[in-house]
Design a binder for this molecule. Sequence first.
Ligand code: AMP
Length: 185
Amino acid sequence: MDDVNELARNEDLAELIRTIPNYPTAGILFRDVSTLLLDGSGFRAAMDRMIATVDPVEIDLIAGIEARGFIVASAMSYALAKGKIMLRKPGKLPGEVVGRDYTLEYGTDRIEMHVGAVSPGQRVLIVDDLIATGGTAQAGVALLRGQGAIVMQARFLVDLPDLGGAARLRAQGVQTEALCSFPGH
Ligand code: AMP
């Protein structure tokens, strides 16, 4: 494989993501982006490349999923001068909230957002560190759409395509891209 293809698949960034087997439960290969975050130029390259996949004219707001999604959302929001929405774990937001329950690769969870954070018709880009089964991102899309948002795009640092989440999001009309992908769970 030549350098251009390796760069196109962001192999240089994938190498910065550590894999921890059997975390948080047996059989899971945890793709740990904390090692990418530790690398200043690697993180900048990751954000630059992710930002280059987005047309800022087509989005009004960026929604980040707690907690690692906030890091991605924050960098993109700063660079693109777009506001951001926090999709948070239950009980964290002080104002009136609306929420959605969902199934994780390892358990169940719920995300919430502030009522009024998005106005009907605003176009929201949803971001997180990783998409696995897509349960979290789908809950985010449903939550935002339930508030009248138009959710057409999603971006992730990592896709685990064998778990089918990105395909499920695309089937819901969300144009979905990730910088890197890893086989397996
Ligand atoms: P899912 O809802 O199955 O798409 O899971 C996505 C969420 O769970 C993301 O917020 C990830 O941070 C986390 N996650 C799920 N599976 C993994 C994994 N194998 N490695 C690291 N994070 C994961």
